[in-house]
Design a protein. Structure first.
Length: 202
């Protein structure tokens, strides 16, 4: 029995797709994931394909294994050196992949690792955390007590939003996703938004 590849339209024996060990591993990886995440990852892998070449199956297996491990952690870290983490859901990883796919023309391809995706997903998770904090504060002002025994983590210490924003811009700039002019412009906007009258000592 032959099947047709949905990507290149070539026909091949269906058994051939399961003969190679990497092919078996790749199929098992995707089968163990939520369908929406698996579909997103298939499109995401195209960002790692060298120009005018196809992504090797062994590399695809390694990339998927790395990403699966990141998703299963349940939190995301923008930069392991900083150690700052945010709770993160599978849906937020999918949203991060979709954002990258929408802006692929602005990316430097092929990607070498998942660092830029982690940066995008960290931003999504951080925004979700800020919105949750706003809701908690609104509940507190309205006199609505926080539920007990629900498994909800207590509020984390409030962080400096300006410092976080500047660190985020530094990361984008270091990955080459912001030009020097864009970097300076966004830093200036961050001081206006978060810094108030604070001096730009850095």
């Amino acid at each position: 029995m032959h099947v047709t590849c949905p990507c290149c339209s070539d026909s091949f024996p269906i058994a051939a797709g399961f003969l190679e060990q990497d092919g078996k591993r790749f199929g098992m990886q995707l089968a163990s994931m939520e369908p929406a995440l698996g579909r997103a990852i298939l499109d995401y892998l195209a960002l790692f394909s060298p120009a005018k070449q196809k992504l090797r199956l062994a590399k695809a297996v390694r990339l998927v294994a790395e990403l699966d491990a990141l998703v299963k952690e349940g939190s995301v870290c923008r930069d392991e050196r900083a150690g700052m983490r945010r709770p993160c859901s599978t849906a937020q990883w999918i949203a991060g992949i979709e954002q990258m796919l929408e802006k692929r023309s602005a990316l430097t391809l092929p990607l070498a690792n998942h660092n830029y995706l982690r940066t995008v997903v960290f931003g999504i998770a951080e925004l979700a955390g800020a919105q949750a904090e706003i809701r908690r504060e609104a509940d507190a002002r309205a006199g609505r007590p926080l539920s007990r025994g629900t498994g909800v983590s207590p509020p984390q210490p409030r962080e400096d939003p300006l410092k976080n924003e500047l660190a985020y811009l530094d990361q984008l700039h270091s990955y080459g996703q912001l030009s020097d002019a864009e970097y300076d412009e966004k830093r200036a906007a961050a001081y206006v938004k978060f810094g108030g009258d604070r001096e730009r000592s850095d």
